[in-house]
Design a binder for this molecule. Sequence first.
Ligand SMILES: *Cc1c(COP(=O)(O)O)cnc(C)c1O
Length: 449
Amino acid sequence: MQSNFNRRKFINTLSMAGAGLAIGAPHIASARAGNAKPALLGGTKTFPPAFPGWPVYGQPEEKGLMDVLKSKKWGRLDGNVMPAFESAYAKQLGAKHCLGVSSGTSALYTMLGALDIGPGDEVIIPVYTFIATYNVVVLNYALPVFVDTDIESFQVDAGKIEAAITAQTKIIMPVHIGGSPANIDMIMEIADRKKIPVIEDACQAHLAEWRGKKVGTYGLAGGFSFQSSKNLNCAEGGAIVTNDASFAKTCYSFHNQGQGGQRAAYNPGVGTRGTNMRLTEFQGSILLAQMTRLVEQSKRRTENADYLSKLLNDIPGITPAKLYEGTTASAYHLYMFRYNKEHFAGLSRAKFLEALSAEGIPCSGGYGMINKDSYVTGLAKNKHYLKIYGEKTMQEWLARNQCPQNDILSTEQAIWFFQNMLLGSKTDMDQIAAAIRKIQKNAAALGKG
Ligand SMILES: *Cc1c(COP(=O)(O)O)cnc(C)c1O
């Protein structure tokens, strides 16, 4: 069983792209590449140069880091850099409050902690997501309830959320996968009517917008990740944004050992649980520096993604992920599309990915069926879950977690490109399309290989 929900494969692909920089001078293959022999069968690579590397840094990062170093105020309880970043990010998103935390996972975990989620509670999550969305629910001994995927958008099928709600449902946690907004109108309508709070997993969706307003600001709160691969990056980090002052306070307290504010002998916070999820001033300084490029980079990704979609829409068997009508901006953390082998002489997706990588185009099959992964199904045998929920409920849980559309998408159709590839030029996008056309023309020969 193939399951690449850990990030290893992704990182490998990225570093392969980076490694390409060392090999020779950039050279664009001829426009007649479509007729040439596939690289996988010994032909010339369509795209020998590398896509832009990630991360990007310069003077602002160097100065920011050195300033923190010399200040001797390295932690958020010591200095003022984190608060400066938090105001800047809140302002950028049009949110009232922002709290920096140690990772995207910590952001989600802190929000669940602030809502006092625990044993017996259910949290609704999409099945097509990074495993962290699931993990934060399970860390609280709550029951994660998967909702199937809208195969056209790769997002949670909002039309299936209501059927997953029970008397135990405490949170609906949609994910804006790939950085494109889930169907926010539909999700908020259900949540408001059922009076269930929405926590947005916006870990991939920095600056994405729904009807002109940033995602992460629609629900009670939103969580962002600043992990190395993400569009805003400080190696490891995350943030919570919310317009609810009282929720912001509870989150602060939870992430600071249940304490209220800066360092003090006794400084009571709110709530009854807490831990340490604080981010350092060093990371705050990198984030502030990275933010000087975020808007420009996002603009470039969007321009390239729009252009690439035009090119790919003309290739039979290639279907870019649909953006919902309310989408006014995608963050394009991933460029996602569907592959239909019927238009490629039956060439399997695995072989297509291999052939495309050989042409110099990094790509991935994306998430697997996490609901069927042994890491997840094993929960039905976890001794604590058996104690809390009982054998019958855990067996029913396994039966509830069927997601047939996601099975098809994740095993046969889904393909991803990565955000750094969209930071290149239009010519780079032309080369992606040329490589796919080349594989299509030679699909029969590749299929036999
Ligand atoms: C990256 C990511 C997370 C977790 O963020 P980390 O910073 O890696 O902890 C959670 N959810 C989604 C959808 C993500 O992509």
